[in-house]
Ligand binder design. Structure first.
Ligand code: ADP
Length: 179
């Protein structure tokens, strides 16, 4: 039995600075850039990323909610960039949890397929898309832990929190603090 939690790290900071095999972008379905972490990634990674996204759009017409695509990481210190589209929060009755879970699973699967052993996630959907942070943290930890117990190719998963609230919820979900 693989101990999933021992492979998960939690940090506070800017995901564009991380030197890991793959970082994940909370993109939108157009794949053509946006605000929040998406904007920060495109700014730091340079135009090569958008150029590859445009090729994907020409081929498959964007990316559906819960799905993921992979591109170069451009000038970022990571090797790959995985773009996934989180669900917009709509009250919770529109399969948001399943869609958010799919973002983590599909991103991890792409990482495995490309040979990445370390991957960093932002708190998908918890910005402009309005997913409640506590519920999002539960989905993130449950999904990633389950994946890691079934798949031994990924050695490290880092949750990168930009804000204190997400950090505290994840810390609790990961059992790093006593409740
Ligand atoms: P979404 O549309 O999926 O909600 P956002 O980019 O608006 O995406 O927000 C997702 C999360 O990314 C938020 O918790 C936000 O605080 C965080 N975020 C914003 N910039 C960065 C960054 N540079 N590094 C890591 N996380 C970031």
């Amino acid at each position: 039995m693989i101990n999933a939690t021992s492979k998960i790290e939690l940090i506070k900071g800017d995901i564009t600075k991380l030197s890991v095999d793959a970082i994940v972008n909370a993109a939108n379905s157009s794949l053509l850039g946006g605000g929040g972490v998406d904007g920060a990634i495109h700014r730091a990674g340079g135009p090569e990323i958008l150029a590859e996204c445009k090729k994907i759009v020409a081929r498959q017409g964007g990316c559906k909610t819960g799905e993921a695509v992979i591109t170069t990481a451009g000038k970022l210190p990571s090797k790959f960039l995985i773009h996934t589209v989180g669900p917009v929060w709509n009250g919770g009755g529109k399969d948001e949890a399943e869609k958010l879970s799919n973002c983590y699973i599909n991103s991890l699967q792409l990482a495995v397929m490309s040979g990445a052993k370390s991957i960093a996630f932002p708190n998908i959907s918890t910005g402009v898309y309005g997913y409640p942070k506590f519920e999002a943290a539960q989905v993130a930890v449950k999904t990633v832990s389950r994946f890691l117990t079934k798949n031994d190719k990924i050695e490290k998963v880092i949750f990168v929190c930009f804000d204190e609230e997400n950090f505290l919820f994840l810390e609790r979900e990961l059992g790093l603090v006593k409740s």
